[in-house]
Unconditional design. Structure first.
Lengths: 337, 302
């Protein structure tokens, strides 16, 4: 990691508490992560592991109807988003961050044509005139790989397929020329054949514009194909992070190993059955000491239940590979830096 | 069950208290009234509030408190009958139209539209003109004026819900039409219609009072708020309480039924935790965090 380049978005020691009518949930419990320019960071984890809340929470994009307490810092463009006034935050959301959601059909307004929705965004944040914004929107649609963009400009969302709409969503997210693109499970609602195209599109856009991409997903295939770095979250904490190569080929944390072993490998000769991780993720209502994964872990030791495992950097040239499991590090004699 | 109770506890009971008081007074009116509300006493006409007559008496010496209480009972019963009848007719016709569709729907929709196009009080007035004045013709007239709204809403809900994938799933699993309607669609219809009806109840109380005010509803000896307003009108300058007291009762009930409807409608919307509860929860969380840190420090030093 080059030290002179500032990260585009750096979350540090983020803690997010959600207070709903009957329960308090520690959705994010001390997460640190960052994106550099031109880098794609994948955030992997189960439902409820804090993937979405940790990245979108500092932007103020949280469920309605709950009270939220945020601690820690989330720096973007030299400013801390935590505690920022909502008007400025809204400006940041449009201009600095682009967000792609899981379901493109409900993310676009069905009452408005697709094109004008893009043009409006471009007009608002880039100060373009009506006509220039229209041209920009058509060119965004074209760059998002939508054939016949002039025609699509005047289409309503229900006239387009899911894959087309997700392309339009990407175009919309890019309309204000953001520095960071956050893709929240962008391929979950799409056909397998379209998924690859959308991921390739995100990758290409990132290369062309040199933006930082945060890819929130539980699709290991997507991680392998587009990401540079991976952050594995478990129950609101970072379990392991490092380059895609390190994490996917030599995972250390028992949870990462379990996660990777649970992906069926249909190219394997002997067709070994996919493994599963026994048990369920812990509830995040009670704060308990120790490793959150201890209950389901095969390597568990008594100290795991009382001591929070520190994130240790293990030998890796270039991108640091960090793991929150001292037990495996010690047992397998992995060198710590 | 406890969560249900908890939700009820969270309701804005202070503003809703007039509804509760209204219903209780309506039910227990015969025991609350000190006097026969129709009994005249020419020795005590137009008296001010006193221990004998809490709200005073009117120009015929009738006890105003007893008349307001009796009026609550009349309004409550009439309102309940009209609402139940209008809901039954409206939901049945509307749901049937929505579920069956096609020409049947077209015909029923036209009927509903015609009923909606005419102002409900005008329908009521016309019907009373045909049926003659009286308690039951008022109820019939109001029911026939009120059902169309519920029919329209029921049909809209049924049409929308029929598009949902779970209806298709039920069909795939071999559910009959009756089962699909009763089990899967009716709860949605009732959910919306009952919320609307709870807010509508206030408007109905007002309509009953209006008809009586015009002399088309409840016949004179029976106590009724609208009638009390008419009776008091001639004395409005000297004895304004004759108008103000029944007027206040009416206003409170109408406003508070509207609030009840709103409380029903907002019940399902999650609200952020605020105030004392939030402080308590934050303190609990901070204590939990300290306990965790202490436990982890102890483990680290050991």
């Amino acid at each position: 990691m080059t030290s002179q380049v500032e990260p585009l978005y750096a979350i540090n020691d983020l803690v997010i508490d959600l207070y709903a009518a009957t329960v308090s949930v520690r959705a994010v419990d001390g997460v640190s992560l960052h994106v550099m320019p031109g880098e794609t960071v994948a955030i992997v984890g189960e439902s409820g592991s804090g993937k979405t809340v940790s990245t979108l929470g500092p932007l103020g994009l949280l469920p309605e109807g709950v009270t939220v307490d945020v601690r820690g810092t989330a720096k973007a463009g030299g400013k801390d988003l935590v505690g920022m006034a909502s008007a400025r935050l809204s400006q940041m959301r449009g201009a600095y961050f682009g967000v792609i959601f899981q379901d493109p059909i409900s993310a676009l307004n069905p009452m408005l044509k697709v094109g004008p929705q893009l043009a409006e965004q471009a007009r608002r944040f880039c100060g373009l005139s009506h006509e220039a914004a229209r041209k920009e929107a058509v060119s965004l649609l074209a760059r998002s790989g939508i054939p016949d963009p002039e025609d699509r400009y005047n289409r309503y969302p229900h006239e387009m397929s899911g894959g087309m709409l997700q392309r339009a969503m990407i175009a919309l997210a890019l309309a204000a020329r953001p520095k960071v693109l956050i893709a929240d499970e962008p391929t979950t609602a799409l056909d397998a054949t379209v998924q690859a195209q959308i991921l390739e599109l995100i990758r290409q856009i990132q290369r062309d514009n040199d933006i930082g991409v945060i890819l929130i997903t539980h699709d290991i295939g997507a991680v392998a194909s587009v990401a540079d770095r991976v952050v594995v979250l478990y129950a609101g904490q970072v379990a392991e992070e490092g380059s895609v190569l390190d994490v996917l080929t030599s995972p250390v944390h028992p949870y990462t190993r379990g996660l990777l072993a649970s992906v069926p490998d249909f190219r394997a000769e002997d067709r070994v059955e996919a493994h599963e991780i026994p048990g369920l993720p812990p509830n995040q209502i009670k704060l308990e000491p120790g490793c959150r994964f201890a209950e389901r872990c095969e390597h568990v030791e008594p100290q795991c239940r009382v001591e929070r495992p520190p994130l240790r950097t293990i030998a890796a040239p270039g991108t640091p590979h960090r793991v929150a499991c001292p037990v495996v590090i010690r047992r397998e004699g992995i060198a710590v830096q | 069950m406890t969560s249900k109770l908890k939700q009820i506890k969270d309701w804005p009971w202070l503003v809703l208290s007039p509804v509760v008081i209204f219903v209780l007074i309506g039910i227990f009116a015969p025991w609350i009234m000190q006097y026969n509300p129709a009994a005249q006493n020419y020795d005590a006409t137009l008296q001010g509030p006193s221990w004998q007559h809490w709200f005073g008496t009117d120009y015929l010496g009738r006890d105003i408190f007893s008349r307001i209480v009796g009026g609550a009972r009349i309004s409550l019963v009439a309102m309940a009958i009209v609402l139940v009848a209008a809901l039954a007719i409206g939901v049945t016709i509307g749901s049937f139209a929505g579920y069956v569709g096609g020409r049947v729907e077209l015909v029923l929709i036209s009927v509903i539209d015609i009923a909606l196009a005419l102002p409900s009080l005008v329908i009521a007035l016309a019907l009373i003109g045909i049926l003659g004045t009286g308690y039951w013709s008022m109820i019939t007239a109001l029911t026939l004026a009120w059902w169309a709204n519920y029919a329209r809403m029921s049909r809209a809900v049924v049409t929308a819900e029929l598009q949902q994938p779970y209806i298709e799933a039920a069909r795939v699993m071999g559910a009959s039409h009756i089962w699909i309607f009763v089990r899967h669609i009716l709860p949605h219809v009732l959910g919306l219609v009952v919320v609307y009806a709870s807010a509508d109840a206030g408007a109905l109380v007002l309509a009953i009072a209006t008809l009586s005010f015009l002399g088309l509803g409840v016949a004179p000896p029976t106590p009724e708020w609208g009638q009390m307003l008419v009776d008091g009108m001639s004395y409005i300058e000297e004895y304004p309480r004759l108008v103000i007291l029944p007027g206040m009762a009416l206003t409170l009930v109408v406003v508070s039924f509207n609030l009840l409807g709103e409380a029903f409608a907002l019940q399902k919307v999650p609200r952020p935790v605020r105030g004392g509860l939030l402080r308590k929860r934050r303190r609990a969380r901070a204590e939990e965090e300290q306990a965790r840190q202490a436990a982890e420090r102890k483990a680290a030093s050991a």
